[in-house]
Design a protein around this ligand. Structure first.
Ligand SMILES: Nc1ncnc2c1ncn2[C@@H]1O[C@H](COP(=O)(O)OP(=O)(O)OP(=O)(O)O)[C@@H](O)[C@H]1O
Length: 307
């Protein structure tokens, strides 16, 4: 019997988590898994709890929550060759679950993955600054500096979990319209002719679709791709951000002279005149300078079988 752990965030989503978790667990046990359900203890504990589950012999660790919970579980699942990570969506964006072609019904998503195969993929690593010094984090969906970091920072400060989707978009629109985003220099590896490049936004996206209103803004490289797909918006932000939104939504993004997409191995965003906010997988991390790279063969993930 395969040993599995379902690590869930009791604060995710608006549903009655405990009731739902019991349903998911019953469905997985009926399929023959020896499953233990464990709630995350508090913000920031899921990585350690996932690593402990692996050490205790779990072969599958299901990360059950939104992209933020999956991000935290990832911190403990990276470089655990004996265990594979599964994903059960309970959030509102669920960008990774959508990318993995999972049902947004959590019970169905759990069962679907029993037919998926364990693939070893690279993971992103972002290094950033905090008042306590440099820190680093792994990421799966995206990492960025600029307006996305500022938005996540603002949502954190205002308690985003109490917000509905519409309210979230209104706050984003207000932030983008009212903030003067400082430019910073971006160095890429391998170096290109234009390095360093000035930017007001630098984002590496690793899923095809970010979901919701931000869906058309950036198309990521596949998770198994050994390169980062970097999207840069040039200064001034007052020109490039409205052009980015307008041309993306009207599907004319390829004609946008202010936004460019590059395939890179890594990139560094300098601090510029003012350090800017850094986020990964929708979690606020700190400030620039920031370096983003890919670590090969870092995670075993349940993924749809290749055709
Ligand atoms: N037990 C807990 N109690 C409170 N907060 C927690 C707990 N465990 C994790 N968290 C926090 O919950 C957040 C993640 O929430 P969630 O999984 O719903 O992701 P999300 O990205 O906010 O989802 P959404 O797609 O809805 O935006 C993280 O900031 C994490 O630190």
């Amino acid at each position: 019997m395969r040993r599995a752990v379902l690590l869930y965030n009791p604060a995710s989503g608006r549903r009655h988590a405990e009731h739902l978790i019991a349903h998911i667990a019953k469905a997985l046990r009926n399929e023959g898994l020896d499953l233990e359900t464990i709630p995350t203890k508090a913000p920031g504990t899921a990585g350690r709890q996932a690593a402990e589950a692996c050490t205790a012999g779990a072969e599958i660790v299901f990360a059950c929550g939104g992209d933020g919970t999956i991000h935290e579980v990832l911190q403990g699942m990276a470089f655990q060759p004996q265990a594979v990570m599964g994903v059960i969506p309970l959030g509102s964006a669920n960008a990774l679950a959508r990318h993995l072609q999972l049902s947004l019904d959590p019970v169905r998503a759990a069962l679907q993955q029993l037919d998926h195969e364990s693939q070893i993929i690279p993971i992103g690593q972002v290094r950033y600054q905090t008042p306590q010094g440099e820190r680093s984090r792994y990421f799966l969906v995206m990492a960025g500096a600029g307006p996305d970091g500022a938005l996540v920072y603002k949502m954190l400060a205002s308690g985003k979990h109490s917000l509905g989707r519409l309210s979230y978009y209104l706050r984003a629109a207000h932030l983008f319209a009212s903030t003067r985003f400082s430019p910073f220099a971006v160095h890429v590896t391998p170096p290109n002719n234009a390095a360093p490049m000035p930017a007001v936004s630098a984002m590496a996206v690793r899923v095809g679709d970010l979901g919701g209103l931000f869906s058309p803004l950036a198309r990521g490289a596949p998770l198994e791709d050994p390169h980062l797909r970097l999207t840069l918006a040039a200064p001034p932000a007052s020109l490039s951000l409205p052009a980015w939104f307008a041309l993306s939504w009207s599907r004319l993004h390829r004609w946008n002279p202010h936004v460019r997409t590059l395939e890179v191995e890594s990139f560094t965003c300098g601090s510029g005149a003012n350090p800017v906010q850094v986020q990964a997988d929708g979690e606020w991390l700190g400030r620039t300078p920031m370096t983003v790279s890919l670590l090969p063969n870092a995670l075993r993930l349940l993924m749809p079988r290749k055709l």
